[in-house]
Design a protein around this ligand. Sequence first.
Ligand code: NDP
Length: 240
Amino acid sequence: MGRVAVVTGGTRGIGRAISEGLKNAGRRVVASYAGNVDAARQFTEETGIPAYRFDVSSYAECEAAVAKITAEVGPIEILINNAGITRDATLHRMTYQMWEEVIHTNLTSCFNMARLTIDSMREKGFGRIVNIGSINGQAGQYGQVNYAAAKSGIHGFTKALAQEGAAKNITVNAIAPGYVDTDMVRAVPPAVLEKIIAKIPVGRLGRADDIARGVQFLTADDADFITGSTLSINGGQHMY
Ligand code: NDP
């Protein structure tokens, strides 16, 4: 049987492409989502991949979900921390709530899910963790101090945990996508998006599959010498 893979935020956008890519690679995939039940139902109907609803920013909800997934599918061997949100504003307009939601959903979620799966990975002597960061965590972005801080934090988290996991064949890597054509980017005003695309040397937005391909590469059973790295997939927009 294939290894058990969990993709947080795996029902839509980049996460959906990651879920489908891992399934095609023979993994037993479980996707998570926050509250968009219709999208999750449609996802499961179309892909056959089960979707579990829980809030990744809540340690208690993650704990219950990991226990349920372990009982129903098996211990998690591949963890993709993909769920993320934006709450954009310049700092002088940003509320504490906007800060807190973004930090907890994008960054604390990585702690929650990794903390709750690391013991079984250590026992098994196998683990693959991929954290989805962002070009804006590498370069910063106007109007996104919360998001840039969270994503930048993911890159530090990745390097620290990679050192801890290495001896147990647990690799921990990050992917830093550039602008990818999903609901998150469709929320950007068209005039701003046009300016962004003009700065991408490849001349287009990324596709969710571009990111999914990177996840498959980093989670392969024989990818055990790649750890602590950040793979930038951004059409050449930022060379880090
Ligand atoms: P989408 O907004 O298209 O999808 C987000 C997914 O995350 C949904 O499945 C959503 O569930 C889930 N989610 C959101 N909040 C929570 C939560 N609290 N608990 C559980 N699940 C949650 O996002 P993208 O596909 O665009 O982005 C995916 C990742 O890639 C994010 O981390 C994002 O920051 C990162 N990224 C995206 C870029 C882009 O250009 N799109 C660029 C760089 C990084 P539901 O459907 O229930 O709402």
